[in-house]
Design a protein around this ligand. Structure first.
Ligand code: SF4
Length: 385
């Protein structure tokens, strides 16, 4: 345990994360024994107490890999119990690839010279209509690079106002905002915010994020507290797998989730485990996670938390997504384009990363149904607001 860090970037989880030492956490995970795994699985089966992050560490350890079949069964059981046989569908809409940050792994990096695109409201409207022609999506994820002077609160308010006419559930994945800015967007119809911390490892965070506001670790990490304080209905969390040891990063995320759940208990949470995809940046991942490891992580997370929405995007392959859909996953994207204007405008703007699962939304939905699951296009209504 280290001392308490008082952040100049507001208050929140950044004040307490340094209680947990990164290397000690890694050592603890790697020293897990098979008996530890059996003990945690017994506790999970009893289902009388919620698991703690220390239990989650055991399940994602190398020793836990030997119990993957048991973990898959438990994960399937808890997912069915809480979510039924359903997969909720969403689609991302990129509104801008302008960015003032310089994440070393991203094609939208400020240093990457290409013509930037920021959609006008007419173009946003055209994108909405093109998405609606693909399939009856009702959950929209609005994504942009981080360039507040071009895409700030007012811009997102306008985007939400346009999208609200077509979709009931609106989530943004944009730069972290101030509490009062989130409140403004909630009033404009915002339901959820997705933000990836990318890595919880404070010592190396700035190596990957050397420039702009994203280089300020505490500002980003405390962003989740600002979302909670603003009353955002659903908060999406994740680390980018490929930067640091994924087991340690995911343990930090599990600690973060429990902290948020205690403090903002009315909020719903989702998690995503994005594995790094090739991009214009040419960055090679430091860590490669196998399909089996991603499956183990997914099962472990579901056993750890029965309520969190676990989302798989088109970063993952058709085969892998089909294999996982009954085993813990609860939402999927389909038909995704990762460039602004990708659905209606075909301007050839730079995409953020290459999509791996290129099936149409209808094909994805057919495959989900063929596996005995119901496809849910709409799981939220504005009447709940
Ligand atoms: S990951 Fe996001 S913040 Fe970083 S360069 Fe890409 S678009 Fe910008």
């Amino acid at each position: 345990m280290q001392g308490l860090n008082k952040s100049p970037w507001g208050h929140g989880f950044a004040d307490i994360i340094d209680r947990w030492n990164w290397d000690e956490t890694t050592d603890q995970i790697m020293s897990t024994t098979e008996d530890d795994v059996r003990r945690v699985l017994s506790k999970a089966r009893l289902n009388t107490r919620r698991l703690e992050p220390e239990d989650f560490m055991v399940l994602i350890s190398p020793a836990g890999a030997g119990f993957i079949e048991e973990m898959a069964q438990l994960s399937r059981h808890f997912t069915r119990e809480r979510f039924g046989n359903t997969i909720s569908m969403y689609i991302p809409m990129y509104v801008s690839n302008a960015c003032s940050n310089a994440c070393v792994y991203c094609g939208f990096n400020h240093a990457n010279k290409f013509e930037r695109t920021v959609l006008t409201m007419e173009q946003v409207d055209a994108e909405c209509r093109a998405i609606k022609e693909l399939a009856p999506f009702d959950n929209l994820l609005i994504v942009s690079g981080e360039f507040p002077s071009l895409c700030g609160t007012e811009y997102f308010e306008n985007v939400l106002n346009v999208c609200r006419q077509y979709f009931n559930n609106l989530t943004i994945e944009v730069q972290p905002l101030k509490t009062e800015q989130y409140i403004r967007l909630v009033k404009a119809g915002l339901n959820g915010v997705v933000c990836f911390q990318e890595t919880y490892r404070r010592e190396t965070y700035k190596n990957y994020h050397p420039r702009g506001m994203k280089s300020v670790y505490d500002w980003r990490l405390n962003g989740y507290d600002r979302m909670g304080a603003a009353g955002v209905h659903k908060i999406g969390m994740g680390v980018l797998i490929g930067l640091e040891d994924w087991r340690t990063d995911m343990t930090m995320l599990a600690r973060h989730l429990r902290y948020l759940q205690k403090k903002y208990w009315r909020t719903r949470y989702s998690v995503n485990f994005p594995r790094m995809c090739p991009s214009e940046s040419g960055f090679n991942p430091n860590v490669v996670m196998s399909d089996r490891e991603l499956a183990q992580l997914t099962f472990a997370f579901r056993i750890f938390d029965h309520d969190a929405d676990i989302s798989f995007s088109t970063r993952e392959s058709e085969l892998f997504r089909n294999n996982m859909l009954s085993l813990g996953v609860t939402s999927m994207s389909a038909g995704s384009r990762t460039e602004p204007g990708g659905y209606a405008l075909n301007q050839g703007a730079l995409e953020q990363f290459e999509v791996t699962d290129g099936r149409t939304p209808v094909q994805v939905a057919d495959d989900i149904r063929a596996n005995g699951y119901d496809v849910v296009w709409k799981d939220w209504d504005s009447v709940f607001d």
